[in-house]
Design a protein around this ligand. Structure first.
Ligand SMILES: Cc1ncc(COP(=O)(O)O)c(C=O)c1O
Length: 386
């Protein structure tokens, strides 16, 4: 039976993610449009993003927070290009994005001393293999496999190398222990449902010390440069951006951060997201056809919730036929306006992916699950001619 009720907001994309509850274009009324981002009010808006970010995420006062070009990719690559090469690096990867950073380091930067520590989709590599006398690059939450690191306990407090973390689908939904992190990056269009364009780059004092003591032997385009004359460009970390940001996106980022505070701050953002995972977990426990892509509950993501098929008839299909099945399922969910963008990532094993970040209401997560059951039964009947 087709469920009677649709989610009030059927947007489950893993990026750009659903806007915060109650959002409308009116939220952008205060945007500083047609004015210079380097004007006094322009800089104040940019600094407000930085200050609110520090407040919501409880980022230590001696860490720098910058708004940088080219979304999360820009922020990660800025870190890799500026910081790596001073010592060996361990690259930890378990899904598409982590693997992209491995490609960057091995094929583009072509660093000589690189160890790659990988695991397949659904698993986490052995974190104890990371050698923190070296630099270590990892993704806090693997958006395409729905597997996250459980905590920061595997990162020593007295490390010699830098811990460099792509936290784009983790920040604002997972607890990030800042003392264990030297570099963190994310983009605005994830957990707070902001607009895509800009990246956030957080640097610990040790990361800054590296920037000021190590000059990489490679050209750096202006868009990546964090130092001038061997000193950190401090302006980047108070709102003096490298190039021109969208002040409309900036206003929206401020709106998302203010909303975070209005619902009770980071604790409540995490609670909302973990509750979404709990709702899906209860449904999976009773499901005859769906399971988590990640087997270990301790590493299952509360933001990018990735599901695979467990139905014996579907798993007996060829990989291509399973991918086709998954596509049909996602298409049907869209046609019914029950869930948009719920298909798994193009490189990931076939299945579904539901974003459960803080902007997704728990009631909507509850409401979408009967639709998954209905859509699965419908596509299965079509596929097997019943
Ligand atoms: C873990 C991770 N890293 C990097 C990216 C790329 O982010 P952006 O498109 O903001 O550059 C994504 C996007 O989904 C991601 O999930």
């Amino acid at each position: 039976m087709k469920p009677a009720r649709r989610p009030s907001n059927p947007l489950f994309s893993s990026g750009p993610c659903a806007k915060r509850p109650g959002w409308s274009l009116d939220a952008l009324d205060g945007a500083l449009l047609g004015r210079s981002h380097r004007s006094k009010p322009g800089k104040a808006k940019l600094k407000e993003v930085i200050d609110l970010t520090r407040a919501v995420l409880a980022i230590p006062g001696d860490y720098r927070i910058g708004i940088v070009p080219a979304s999360d990719t820009g922020a990660v690559e800025m870190a890799l290009w500026n910081l790596l090469g001073e010592r060996g690096v361990d690259m930890m990867a378990w899904e598409s994005f982590g693997k992209e950073w491995v490609t960057d380091v091995t094929k583009q930067l072509r660093l000589s001393d690189v160890r790659t520590i990988q695991a397949p989709y659904g698993e986490l590599p052995d974190l104890s293999q990371a050698d923190f006398s070296r630099d270590v690059v990892f993704t806090w939450n693997g958006t395409t496999s729905g597997v996250r690191v459980p905590d920061g306990d595997w990162i020593p407090a007295d490390r010699e190398g830098l811990s460099i973390c792509d936290a784009t689908s983790a920040a604002f939904a997972m607890d990030i222990p800042w003392s264990k992190i030297d570099v963190a990056t994310w983009s605005w269009q994830k957990v707070l449902g902001g607009e895509a364009a800009h990246g956030m780059l957080v640097l610990s004092p040790r990361a800054v010390a590296r920037l000021e003591s190590f000059q990489p032997d490679r050209p750096l385009p202006k868009i990546f440069r964090l130092t001038s004359g061997g000193k950190l460009i401090e302006g980047i970390f108070v709102g003096d951006t490298i190039n021109t940001p969208s002040m409309l996106c900036v206003e929206d980022a401020i709106d998302g951060l203010r909303w975070s505070l209005s619902v009770g701050g980071l604790t409540q953002l995490i609670r909302r997201s973990e509750q979404n995972l709990r709702i899906v977990s209860e449904w999976v426990a009773a499901s005859t056809w769906a399971g988590f892509l990640g087997d270990d509950p301790a590493t299952r993501s509360c933001t990018s919730i990735c599901l695979r098929f467990t139905d014996p008839e579907v798993t007996a299909l060829t990989p291509e036929a399973q991918a086709d099945f998954a596509k049909k399922l996602a298409t049907l969910l869209e046609k019914e306006e029950a869930a948009f963008d719920a298909g798994s990532y193009r490189d990931a094993p076939p299945g579904l992916r539901l974003w459960g970040g803080a902007t997704v209401e728990n009631e909507d997560m509850e409401a979408v699950l009967p639709w998954l059951d209905w859509a699965f039964a419908t596509v299965k009947a079509e596929t097997f001619g019943r």
